[in-house]
Ligand binder design. Structure first.
Ligand code: SAM
Length: 218
C-alpha cells in the first residue's frame, strides 16, 4: 500500500502503530476501502493518528466538534468517539463525490445521529454555524489554513482545542535547499503566525506528518 511520507522513520512509525490501540472493524474496513478504490488514499488519517484524535476527543468530552476536510470520514468517526452524550460533530467536505462513502460508513457507526456532513467549501460554510466549538480539526487545502484558522477561532470556546494536520509537510518545512513550493511556503508562514499568536498556546507535534495543536487562552 502507498503510505504518507511521515516525518518519523518508517520503523518507528510501525513500532508506534504496533503499540497503540487498534482502530476497530469499521475503521479498518473504511481504511481498506479508501485504499482499494480511492483517489489519493494517503490523505486518510489511519490508525496511529486516528487513535490520537480519538484520545484527544475522549479527554475533552466535547459538545461541539468541527472538522474541515472529511475525505472518506475516517477522522470524523475517530473524533466522534469522544463526544459528550448530547454532542454533535459537523464535518465539511468540498468534494461531493465523497458523500456516498462518508454517509455509508457513518450510517454503520454508533454516531450516525451525531455526525453531520456538509458538502461545500468551508470558506462559505464556516460562518453559517452558530456553535461554540470545543474541538476543531483542520485537514483541508494547506494554502487555506490561515483563512480557516481565522474564521474558526472566534467561534471557539476559551480552552477549546484546534488541531491542524500536515504542518511538517513531509519535512519540507525544514528543507533549506531551493525555494519552497507554494504549499510548503503557506505552511511555514502559518506555523510562524501561530507561534506569535497571543490568543493561543500551541505545540507542534511530530506525529505522522505534523499536527499543530492549539489551545485558545482563557
Ligand atoms: C487530507 S484530506 C482529509 C482527510 C481526513 N480528515 C482524514 O483524516 O481521513 C483533505 C480533504 O479536504 C477536502 N477539502 C479541500 N479543500 C476544502 C475546502 N475548502 N472545504 C472543504 N473541504 C476541503 C478535500 O476534498 C479532501 O477530501
Amino acid at each position: 500500500m502507498e503510505t504518507l511520507d511521515t516525518v518519523t522513520d518508517a520503523l518507528i512509525e510501525e513500532y508506534c502503530e504496533e503499540h497503540s490501540s487498534e482502530e476497530g472493524d469499521l475503521l479498518y474496513r473504511l481504511y481498506r476501502e479508501t485504499y482499494l478504490h480511492g483517489v489519493k488514499p494517503r490523505m486518510i488519517s489511519g490508525q496511529l493518528q486516528g487513535r490520537f484524535l480519538s484520545m484527544v476527543s475522549r479527554m475533552l468530552r466535547p459538545t461541539n466538534i468541527l472538522e474541515i476536510g472529511t475525505f472518506t470520514g475516517y477522522s470524523a468517526l475517530c473524533l466522534a468517539e469522544g463526544l459528550a452524550p448530547d454532542g454533535q460533530l459537523h464535518t465539511i467536505e468540498v468534494d461531493e463525490e465523497l458523500e456516498e462513502i462518508i454517509l455509508r460508513y457513518v450510517e454503520q457507526s454508533s454516531y450516525k445521529d451525531s455526525i453531520h456532513l456538509h458538502i461545500g467549501d468551508a470558506r462559505q460554510l464556516i460562518s453559517r454555524f452558530d456553535c461554540k466549538w470545543d474541538l476543531v480539526f483542520i485537514d483541508a487545502e494547506k494554502r487555506g489554513c490561515r483563512e480557516f484558522y481565522e474564521l474558526v477561532l472566534p467561534q471557539m470556546k476559551k480552552g477549546g482545542v484546534m488541531l491542524i494536520d500536515n504542518m511538517l509537510w513531509s519535512g519540507k518545512v525544514v528543507d533549506s535547499e531551493g525555494k519552497p513550493d507554494l504549499d510548503t511556503q503557506a505552511i511555514m508562514e502559518f506555523n510562524d503566525f501561530v507561534q506569535q499568536d497571543e490568543r493561543v498556546d500551541n505545540v507542534l507535534l511530530p506525529l505522522r506528518d505534523g499536527i499543530m495543536m492549539v489551545m485558545v487562552k482563557a
